[in-house]
Design a protein around this ligand. Sequence first.
Ligand code: NAD
Length: 501
Amino acid sequence: MNKDLQHFITQFPVTEHTKRFLAQKQQMYIGGEFCSAQSGNVYEVIEPCTAGLLAQVPDASIADVDLAVAAAKSSFTDSPWSRMKPNERERLLLRLADVIEQHSQTLAELESLDAGKAISGCKAVDIDGSIDVLRYMAGWSTKIAGSTKNVSVEGDHFAYTLKQPVGVVAAIVPWNWPFTMAIWKMAAPLALGCTIVLKPSPLTPLSMLYFAELCQQAGIPKGVVNIVTGSSVEVGSHLVSHPDVDKVSFTGSTQVGKLVGQAAMQNITPVTLELGGKSPMVVFNDADIDKVVAATQQSIFFNTGQVCSAGSRLYVQKELYPQVVDAVVQRVQAMNIGMSLDPNCDVGPVISKTQLDTVLSYIEKGKQEGAKVVCGGAALDGQGYYLQPTVFADCHNDMEIVQKEIFGPVLVVIPFDSEEQALSLANDNIYGLAASVFTQDISRAQRMIKNLEAGTVWVNTHDLVDSCTPFGGVKQSGFGKDLGVEQLAYFLKTKAVWIEV
Ligand code: NAD
């Protein structure tokens, strides 16, 4: 552990479990055993607040992926998991949720250190929210049913559908919600009896390695959950094109999602793609400004703007435009930029030097394009990957900063005249993950809900998610859904059965 990190942890005390975990040798989890990469290689995980070394983790190769897939396959075929009584599987997943809850502070601390997430939101949203998802999905174990069919063919037949777990699921997740996304990917298939090979982002593997310990503690059978860490692209690409994988569930960028989709198609493996976004917030003259400002802060500055559904494009009707820009800037300037473990931190660093450079290059581009910086616009001096929360006003849809997913704390504000124009501007983007509308006019809200091209539409709020509401985009934000009853279908095979009576 480097000196800065040591100081950081001393300044903001962490649990004994966190200390113990950070001090131990990190290992992957394959077939119920903790193990190093077969090559013995490791790679370094960097902590974004200090840019110091946080941990060394196994650097898997494709041989390790093969082992993990074999473990998941044999566990699906031979172990009791898929044939277990549904109520027993439900009970085990609920026990796992309880064990996670007992360790929620440690998980939040690891996540906060690893991803630079402000600890307050990290505990309440990332970890507690994930426990809720696991419990919700556990309940579905006992509620899966096919249907009987009223067939018209000649003779006497009984026809019905049988719902079966799809098999081995390859789950790949990004760094912005390492624990949350992993639980979103795993909870539904586990409830149905599938087995999993999960690959975290190379930048943020720690909460998943800790989770592996909790799986063992909760008595999840060997091989049901396998966690493979690796720094090379081959680890992910080999996993999604593996012939023994029955379903690919991917969350990440649109660019990589396209490659994942192509790789999965080599074996006609079904794939769910949860990809990027550039979500519009559309504010009409009759909107409640306090709600707009609260939602803007929550959606584009929470998690330092590294949120797929962030309301990164703010369209404001002309009469309200100056007031909204002023109020948003005031709120942004009151936010506390700080070390992620500080309970008073509102905005932490971005994840990495690469991400910092990417966001800064978009900020430069915005300036060149003629957008007006009304707050922020630069990196912060000192260690770590910090930048000022930034607001660009007077933007228009032709600008790159309005069209591209920046994935940092950068808001673009665009004025509009009419409802028709607002709709056309909001839909003028390759992404379609989410959108929100701020108005008191219920008829206008209904028209916007119908016509916005987005997987989720919020009214007078932004970025609410619940275990029971499906989440997933349209257009280049992907296809398939996470969460809700809707997610289950993606991990079930439907067999039509005919019996001549
Ligand atoms: P990324 O696409 O670079 O990486 C995502 C994951 O894919 C990582 O684990 C990475 O190691 C792996 N990967 C990279 N190349 C691969 C390949 N060829 N084959 C298989 N796997 C590969 O994304 P990121 O930078 O980690 O995350 C940010 C992106 O994720 C943003 O675009 C964001 O919008 C998106 N995201 C989407 C959602 C959603 O639900 N729609 C949620 C969170 C994040």
